[in-house]
Unconditional design. Structure first.
Length: 317
């Protein structure tokens, strides 16, 4: 009797292991979905990127301005039944990247952890009233803490296993004071983040500017990717062309209003993608843009008819 019981237990253990392997394999085969949410439907620019993993995690990189977050980001999250964000990363302290935090909190969506670095006050407050505002950032931190949200510091080297076969890694994070190129502006505080799912890779660049961008073009590691999220909404002041060459993407994503992408401020970036005949997806043309990252490939689906080389639509000489 005792021997039969042991045999039964052994069979049950084998079945449990097999069931676990099948479960993991099915999860592993599921894609990672990245949506560049259209918080650029008006002339106001912004960044908001939702990652949905094969383990059911929801991760947000930036939140856009407050009004676009209310009018576009929140409806997008609610339409997909998202009630909790496991991680939120604020790439740098500009309102078009963090101000949407408040509407998210007020909507009742739970946030577990926010990575939101406090900048140096001196380099921040020189941008008042149009850019960085140190006291406002502290106010946001206070509100987050009052709502029970954990706030962590984003540091280079942090790696997050966000799904089976998926990770998100902070490659670089500078404070604007102690950097390899000396003092910088707030945009060069942008987190540089690598997303990998299966064999597909993407680089998130915040509003990376030319000083740190030039440094990374020369000294940066692990920059070469399949998909590049253009920094600074594809406008001048962004990283130099040598940085884009180091990334060497096959596809470019641009979180920009159509008018901004078609303006004189974006001439250099438009020329860079046009010269290389790179598929380029812009919120202002295509609405929400979904990237489905599979094990060995990726698929891009725009909400509207895809515009892969938007420059001809700009009617720019």
């Amino acid at each position: 009797m005792h021997k039969k019981l042991l045999q039964l237990l052994w069979v049950l253990m084998v079945l449990v292991v097999i069931a676990g392997i099948i479960w993991a394999y099915k999860k592993y085969q599921r894609p990672l979905i990245w949506t560049m949410v259209n918080v650029n439907y008006s002339p106001q620019q912004g960044d908001a990127h939702l990652l949905q993993t094969n383990l059911g995690k929801n991760i947000l990189i930036d939140t856009g301005h407050m009004d676009p977050a209310k009018n576009a980001l929140l409806p997008f999250l609610q339409a997909r039944g998202i009630k909790k964000l496991d991680l939120v990363f604020i790439t740098h302290p500009h309102k078009d990247h963090y101000a949407g935090l408040l509407p998210i909190l007020e909507s009742g969506i739970e946030i577990n952890t926010v990575y939101f670095n406090v900048p140096n006050r001196q380099i921040c407050d020189v941008e008042i009233p149009w850019g960085c505002d140190y006291d406002e950032i502290l106010r946001y931190h206070t509100i987050l803490k009052e709502r029970g949200v954990k706030i962590d510091e984003a540091k280079a080297g942090l790696e997050f296993q966000i799904g089976l076969g998926s990770y998100l890694k902070i490659l670089y994070a500078f404070d604007g004071v102690n950097t390899p190129v000396g003092r910088t502006d707030i945009n060069d505080l942008s987190l540089i983040m690598l997303l990998k799912h299966g064999s597909s890779t993407a680089l998130f660049t915040g509003d990376l500017n030319d000083k740190i961008g030039e440094y990374l073009a020369k000294e940066g590691q692990h920059l070469k990717v399949d998909i590049l999220k253009f920094p600074h909404h594809g406008t001048e002041g962004a990283a130099p062309d040598t940085f884009y060459a180091a990334a060497s993407p096959s596809v470019v994503m641009v979180p920009s209003p159509a008018l901004l992408w078609c303006s004189e401020r974006s001439v250099r970036m438009r020329k860079w993608v046009e010269d290389r005949n790179l598929p380029t997806h812009v919120n202002g043309f295509s609405g929400h843009i979904q990237v489905k990252m599979l094990r060995n490939s990726f698929q891009i689906t725009p909400e509207k008819n895809g515009v892969q080389l938007p420059t001809p639509h700009c009617q720019v000489n």
